[in-house]
Design a protein around this ligand. Sequence first.
Ligand SMILES: Nc1ncnc2c1ncn2[C@@H]1O[C@H](COP(=O)(O)OP(=O)(O)O)[C@@H](O)[C@H]1O
Ligand SMILES: [Mg+2]
Length: 301
Amino acid sequence: MNRTGTHVIVIGNEKGGSGKSTTAFHLAIYLLYQGFRVASIDCDSRQQTFTHYVRNRRNWAQAHDLKLPHTTHYHLPLTRSDSIKENHRLEFDLFRQAVIEIEGHADFLVVDTPGFDTHLTRLAHSLADTLVTPLNDSLIDLDVMAHVDPVTGDPREMSHYARLVQRARTERLAIDGRAIDWVLVRNRISMLSSRSMRLVQSALEKISVRLGCRVAEGIAERVIFRSLFPTGLTVFDPLDDELLGGMPSMSHVSARQEYRLLLEALQLPVSERAEARRAAMTAWAQSASPPMHFQHMAAPP
Ligand SMILES: Nc1ncnc2c1ncn2[C@@H]1O[C@H](COP(=O)(O)OP(=O)(O)O)[C@@H](O)[C@H]1O
Ligand SMILES: [Mg+2]
């Protein structure tokens, strides 16, 4: 597939529950608020968490008459053929078609992937310009990258997933000579004992050197993420009384700040065209007078 203009962000990790879909959705909504055109593809045809997030957001916005930004979203339906091979072929074709449609029409494409290795997962990884891997904050979860010595934190053998990514990188380099910027993100950071924390941190640093990736400071463990999902909202939406039915908590504010820092750490490229569009939109938003309420327009009795 020949790709130009659209920057592809893939969220991947072979472990379920590491926060891939939550992170993918937050990145997509953040970029929308920055004025970019954002498309998304949910490759997890079994769980479809990202797709449910999108749907919840649309429903919530409609039910409450809210103007929220939405991504141009594609999902791969659960294929029902008895033949696994046939299912994979169908998913592959749908994915390919979606990427072709999106190309050139979006500044960013966010791809959420399932927690297992399929042909499609591999294809998605090889298309990444930026690969984000959320990792839960414990030595057990680092095991998805490398088998780590529990005492020294030294990485021993590379895991299956790390090898999958290295293969995707090699393929990508062969296809268009581009490198995949791979960023590990600590997610659900909790108050570990200081010894465990040091061990996780030093293991991550060693792993990143070994794998040629970067480590970004991540997102703390916060219950707020569970409460946002049913409404399809993110910490980037204006979390005011109208949206939330209450004022945002400190936890909202801190989570938003953490996500902002994460986005900065990703160092996503901003093309000149996208930058110009963004500036125009900001100027427009500042100059536009607030919409009139209906009663203002109604003729006096
Ligand atoms: N920083 C966080 N703090 C608390 N819960 C989180 C956080 N990130 C994700 N979760 C929760 O963890 C669960 C799994 O997240 P999800 O994004 O679906 O992971 P994955 O896509 O990797 O399977 C969800 O219930 C989600 O709300
Ligand atoms: Mg998921």
